[in-house]
Design a protein around this ligand. Structure first.
Ligand code: SF4
Length: 232
């Protein structure tokens, strides 16, 4: 119990350092309700629930990203995964192939997963926004908020023990950050752990960033080790 209070104090301090005057609803509600995403269903049931969700995503036209996509890109991996990775949005390769994290950035993520001692199919990998933004631009706030319901449901189904967010879009979304606060660089946020529905979330760099800034790879490895410590 002592350790949990210490964790909560660390998180409160983290929000304060980031300039929050009030705590975001997503953190406050889970803290007050002691909310914990927990699934007690069989693997078969989870696979079916995930398939049904993915069917919904594939035909979704809630935002303008549906107009230019080749296809919506659903998450993939083990429905019972203990570790979940959340990226930003599908890139050009993902849009073409219909799978998250393929191409060079995908290979880098796969090698990180393997270095952590997992096979890619043992973890769960998804994106905050499921359709490719034209010109590889950042997804707009409106697109993120329209798509967030799918991510929330994925997290609920998978019920991971630890989440690693790759880059600022996934991190800000789970932290409930909006508006100007988005200007804070991911390099200022990583190295901290926060909670989403009482699941520890470890922010780190997006693999596409690491391809351009290879010197920061060791920081991502530090974040991965924090995830491993928490999984144990
Ligand atoms: S990005 Fe999300 S909300 Fe927008 S069309 Fe694709 S699946 Fe629907």
């Amino acid at each position: 119990m002592g350790r949990e209070i210490e964790n909560i104090l660390d998180i409160l301090n983290f929000y304060k350092v980031l300039g929050f005057k009030e705590l975001p609803e997503v953190f406050l509600s889970s803290l007050l309700k002691g909310e914990k995403t927990q699934n007690t269903h069989s693997k078969d049931k989870l696979d079916k629930t995930l398939t049904a969700l993915n069917e919904e995503i594939r035909i979704c036209k809630k935002c303008i990203l549906s107009k230019e996509r080749t296809q919506a890109v659903c998450g993939e991996g083990n429905a019972n995964a203990k570790l979940m990775f959340i990226g930003e949005a599908p890139g050009v390769d993902e849009d073409r192939q219909g799978r998250p994290f393929v191409g060079e950035a995908g290979n880098l993520l796969t090698s990180l997963i393997e270095k952590m001692g997992f096979k890619r199919q043992e973890v769960y990998i998804t994106n905050t926004v499921k359709c490719h933004p034209p010109g590889n631009r950042d997804p707009l706030e409106e697109e993120v908020s329209l798509c967030f319901d799918y991510l929330k449901r994925e997290i609920e189904i998978i019920s991971p023990k630890v989440i690693i967010t790759l880059g600022k879009v996934a991190t800000y979304t789970l932290m409930g950050m909006k508006g100007k606060i988005k200007d804070i660089a991911i390099s200022k946020i990583r190295g901290n752990v926060f909670l989403y529905k009482n699941i520890p979330v470890i922010p780190t760099f997006h693999p596409a960033y690491l391809l351009r800034n290879r010197k920061d790879k060791w920081l991502t490895w530090e974040d991965a080790q924090e995830a491993l410590r928490r999984l144990k």
